[in-house]
Design a protein around this ligand. Sequence first.
Ligand SMILES: [Zn+2]
Length: 235
Amino acid sequence: MFSEEKIKAITSIPISARGREDRLTWHLTNNGLYSVKSGYHHQKQLEAEELGENSQKWLEIGMWKRLWSMKVAPTVKHFIWRACKEALPTLANLKSIITEDSKCPICKLEPETSGHALWVCTTAKDVWNQGCIKTQKMSFQNDLFLNVWSKLNQKLDKYELEECAVMMRGIWSRRDDLMHGKGFKHPNNIIQGAKADVLSYKDANGSQRDHQQHDHQKVLSWKKQLEEHTRSTGM
Ligand SMILES: [Zn+2]
């Protein structure tokens, strides 16, 4: 009849030593008696909480829609999605399996979370500090990557956000290169590389559409010629 949780809550209620009768009380007033005013405030509070939860949900749905519609390589979109879900192989995410020490292996200042690796670590900050003015002005504190990405969604326009996503992929690869003794790219290298990647992806996809349109027009004109030929020869 009752869930485990409710049974625990019920059995933990202390029983009066003086054997008093049970009585109903309203926990939102000092005297335990219900008042319309306290009921009204409680209802308003519940409505505000529900509204907050719903608007948060809608914000998140909008954020995913924007992510999947970005004109960047699918690998970049998946990378950002995994970072938002804390599914990147950072030490903090792998801690229970690999090592107890989850500190960032590069700066050794904080646990290596996605937010740390891509936003707060010195190996990320040096890139953001030379990136667009909007990211330069943002605060760099350890936060869930989901919150960082949500803030970027609010501040950056479509093109800036696309560049930013590719730069994050570049920052991650640069960390990997450093860990494997493959040198350390200059921040400008990451920034210019991201700009070039975004442009070349758009060019490739734009020209693909142009090609398709071009091919379609060729077929139409060929069909037209064939129809005219058929009419003129009476075939
Ligand atoms: Zn670090």
